[in-house]
Design a protein around this ligand. Structure first.
Ligand SMILES: NC(=O)c1ccc[n+]([C@@H]2O[C@H](COP(=O)([O-])OP(=O)(O)OC[C@H]3O[C@@H](n4cnc5c(N)ncnc54)[C@H](OP(=O)(O)O)[C@@H]3O)[C@@H](O)[C@H]2O)c1
Length: 386
């Protein structure tokens, strides 16, 4: 496994990290209760496999685990807290906050009061006394950066968190954030490559490492694609636009051809490609089985240069980028911190909007990038990437 510096910080992270977004059962789920109540003796249930995934990741040299308080409604942090007892020191534990869940609704909130509560709650669930990397999940346009940054610096001073990271920010937001930051998170796969532009330029300028997420496009590129493998009802991959899935099927076939000649699988090629992008400190990849985490950890070695060039040619030929515009109803309009007005939409996300937008209006949001689109009322500034 290759280890890299996380930005200018002294942290050395494995170039493949474990994303824990789909690990752990939400509170109230029988699998979690069984796992908690009976330790390892309850079989079969998915908790046991998830626990093995985490242990195997550590055994294979993965030392960065990324979660968030909202993943599995706290269940991901709970699972990690349980599994990492006795192994906590082997892990750089990264979590995120900034989405408040209240009365069954989730809303963006980066206020100092909320972040202080969120960090305490994450510490409790993770059963640790310090979080190595605490990341703002997405920037909240209704809260001044100065307030958020001061709160995070105070949490560092209090020994609750060691380093601060940002996630889903624009290059301008990264440049403007007034506190030391060691990492940013952004998607990076053949269909989501925005991070390779101005964001990485700004990250390099600030000495910030990129944690590249969703390298398999949330699993779309992991195995057979539809129609060979139809995704079941409720699977988030069903939301990926049809033209992207169709292009991904072609890309997957091309990568499989390259992989066959080199004796390597498609996942190995895609993770190796993502890890090779300049500025990437670690590639955060999810895994739901031990077999997957083993395959993913194998990408901790760089691809031979000739092979990398072949993979780059295939990836560069990807024909589309992910876009999914969704109309969203505005439930509230607030004063903005970096723009005059901010709309809170039904999904709890917040976006800068022009003066003309009122509660009850519908705005069109491109949800993969989090930008408000210039139809229906046009925005004055670009929104945060969520
Ligand atoms: N900051 C943010 O807003 C943000 C957003 C998204 C993700 N992330 C981070 O990035 C991590 C990874 O993102 P992600 O889970 O959305 O997407 P991903 O890593 O692209 O896809 C993960 C999925 O791919 C499949 N997979 C993984 N390894 C495989 C293998 N070796 N062979 C075949 N299939 C494999 C699994 O799905 P199946 O088993 O179901 O096929 C797995 O759940 C997250 O866990 C999270 O830590 C951050």
């Amino acid at each position: 496994m290759e280890y890299r510096s996380l930005g200018n910080s002294p942290l050395r992270v494995s170039c493949i990290g474990l994303g824990a977004r789909s690990l752990g059962a939400p509170p109230g789920d029988p699998a979690q209760q069984a796992g908690q109540a009976a330790g390892a003796s309850v079989e079969p249930d998915r908790s046991a496999e998830w626990e093995r995934v985490v242990h195997r990741a550590l055994d294979l040299g993965i030392n960065l685990i990324d979660t968030a308080d909202v993943y599995r409604r706290g269940g991901s942090e709970e699972l990690l807290g349980r599994v990492l007892r006795g192994r906590r020191r082997q892990v750089i534990l990264a979590t995120k906050g900034g989405f408040r869940r209240q009365n069954g609704r989730t809303t963006q909130d980066s206020s100092p009061e909320y972040l202080r509560q969120a960090v305490e709650a994450s510490l409790r669930r993770l059963r640790t006394d310090v979080i190595d990397l605490y990341q703002l999940h997405a920037s909240d346009p209704a809260v001044p950066f100065e307030a958020t940054a001061r709160a995070l610096e105070d949490l560092v001073g209090a020994g609750k968190i060691r380093y601060v990271g940002l996630s889903n920010v624009t290059p301008e937001e990264l440049a403007a954030f007034p506190a030391p930051v060691v990492s940013i998170q952004a998607p990076l796969n053949p269909y989501q490559r925005d991070a390779e532009g101005d964001l990485l330029t700004e990250a390099r300028r600030r000495g910030v490492g990129l944690l590249a997420y969703a390298p398999l496009l949330a699993g779309v590129l992991g195995g057979p694609l539809p129609p060979d493998r139809p995704w079941p009802p409720g699977d988030e991959r069903l939301h990926v636009p049809q033209e992207v899935v169709a292009d991904a099927a072609i890309l997957a076939r091309r990568l499989d051809d390259v992989g066959r000649r080199w004796g390597l699988g498609r996942v190995r090629l895609l993770l190796g490609w993502a890890a090779s992008r300049p500025g990437v400190a670690s590639v955060l990849v999810g895994a739901s089985t031990v077999g997957q985490v083993e395959a993913n950890a194998a990408a901790g070695q760089p691809l031979p240069p000739d092979l990398l060039r072949e993979v780059e040619a295939v990836v560069d030929a990807a024909g589309v980028t992910v876009q999914r515009p969704v109309p969203m109803r505005v439930v509230e309009v607030l004063p903005g911190a970096r723009s005059p007005r901010v709309a809170v939409v039904e999904w709890g996300l917040k976006f800068p909007v022009p003066q003309s937008v009122e509660p009850g209006d519908t705005i069109l949001v491109e949800i993969w990038s989090g930008r408000v689109l210039p139809s229906l009322p046009a925005p004055e500034t670009s929104g945060p990437e969520a």
